[in-house]
Write a protein that binds this ligand. Sequence first.
Ligand code: ADE
Length: 249
Amino acid sequence: MRIDVITIFPEYLTPLDLSLIGKARREGLVDLHVHDLRQWTHDRHRTVDDTPLGGGAGMVMKPAPWAAAFSGVREAGHAVLGADVEPLIVFPNPAGEPFAQSTAQEWSQCEWLVFACGRYEGIDERVYQHLADIGCEVALASLGDYVLNGGEVAVLAFTEAVVRLVPGVVGNAESLVEESHSEGLLEYPLYTRPASWTDPAGVVREAPPILLSGDHAKVAAWRQEQSVARTRERRPDLLTQTDGDVAGA
Ligand code: ADE
């Protein structure tokens, strides 16, 4: 998978060198490029923003650097992936579709993602019109119902959620099946040794005996029940989203 990120703060994306994502990059499972939008400006001040036409607060990102950036990034990607491959261009935006595990699953199937991090009040609307005119697939995605200063933090989250689903990135693929949200439910409670643990207040806390029974079918049934109960308690909205196809929901 190829991922390009366009931002005015490339340093914001340095955590993508770390941990699982950094390892995936080094192993060639993800080809990730971070670009400074200002490289596509031509004035002395490397200007990317201007005041809003019609007045109002804040600044708006100018269309020309963005159009040049998409052109440059598409050309670079085409040189590697072939001219017939087009990216999905994602604009992180609080007014976009809420990003969910299903979005991560969908995007993890893409050959090429381009994340375009807006700042200030937003990007000149004609950039979206231009991309639509040249036939680019565009998505607006929100990290949640709150406003960040820009798209970078959202892109860190999107990238981590997507890249860990790329085959080979997470060593134990089974853990992807059982984790929260993978099947529309929250994950069941987890325990490890010791089976009997005395907490700092002197209370002896036992792990559920069923987990020590060695009966895999019973353990699986218990975990499923726990997942449903936990989801009903903490995130009842998820149960109504699964169209009633969850056992015991
Ligand atoms: N940019 C600013 N706020 C955002 C949010 N909540 N999600 C995605 N991008 C954003």
